[in-house]
Design a binder for this molecule. Sequence first.
Ligand code: TRP
Length: 374
Amino acid sequence: MARDFIVTPWEVKGEVDYDKLVKQFGTSIISDSLFNKIKKHTGKLHYMLRRKIFFSHRDLDILLNEYEQGKKFALYTGRGPSGHTHMGHIIPWIFTKWLQDAFDAPLYFQITDDEKFLCKPKLTKEETKKFSYENALDLIALGFNPKKTFIIIDTEYSKTLYNIAIQVAKKVTASNAKSVFGFTNETNIGMYFWPAMQAAPCFLPSILSGEKIRTLIPAAIDQDPYWRIARDVAPKLGYLKTAAIHCTFLPALTGPKGKMSTSEGMQSTIFTTDDEKTVKNKIMKYAFSGGKDTLEEHRKHGGNPDIDISYQWLRFLEENDKKLKNIYNDYSSGKLLSGELKQILVNKLNNFLKKHREKKQKAKKQLDKFILKD
Ligand code: TRP
């Protein structure tokens, strides 16, 4: 198969064809009947479901059938603390919060300071630890329920995690890890073990409760290779296979393709720590525009929202369908100019970030309530 794009947990390159990716990964597109099944329980579909930002899954149908029979499930997602949190991270967390509220489910959130220490040559243990705590505040700021949200910082919960991870690791060969993750002889041996650590929280709710609890993982689709391993191993260890719901990537500011990532440069991302001026500068300067070259042409032919990054970002951020549709129509018709569209995004981001900063400040006092210790 010709591969014009690459998606691994470490790298997303090229223009991702999500239909092809679903086939490559062996996941399933969320069908209309499955959307309706979710809706039956939640009343309304979250805008990220309505817009198919969350578009693919593994065993979500099975999980919902069990839920209908009264079985509880737990949510699991996480963050690799390699730097400040950016908007690409926040998107699936916003959706996760909705899932927690809609299904009254506990959330286990893994912060992988060990992983980022192992896979980023330049990062020290002190730095990944520092970012772990800082990133945790971004999560808490989104309003997760302290009674039902358990943050795991790997190196501080290692006793429990390690004991699960060795059981997983025993069932995964190096050749399996090489084929799933592309590890080579140059990959350090810590990384060979790492997938077992990321699989461990899939089974944690069952271990802590002593009951068989299925986990549902809301995350971007690049993390799916981990769930393949975890699902293979689950029945061998006597656990239920973890279910997953996958989202597309928030695109980089600088182009209509790929995923936003810090490694591509500070200009392709908006961090939660960016102040109002920085946000405005980045959007105005770098957000790829689907507008025409001259004002005259733009007024006459209109812009292309499908490749315009400001519009694409608003799909991820503007919850009001009607507002979004008006923006789409006005931009396509040429009524709305590129600079004006960018300003709409700047306002949306700055409104969100202003409140986020305040909530993050308050989260500092709450941190202890969230962090799981062993
Ligand atoms: N490996 C992920 C990262 O680098 C972090 C992570 C751990 C994660 N567990 C997870 C992400 C579960 C999503 C779901 O960002």
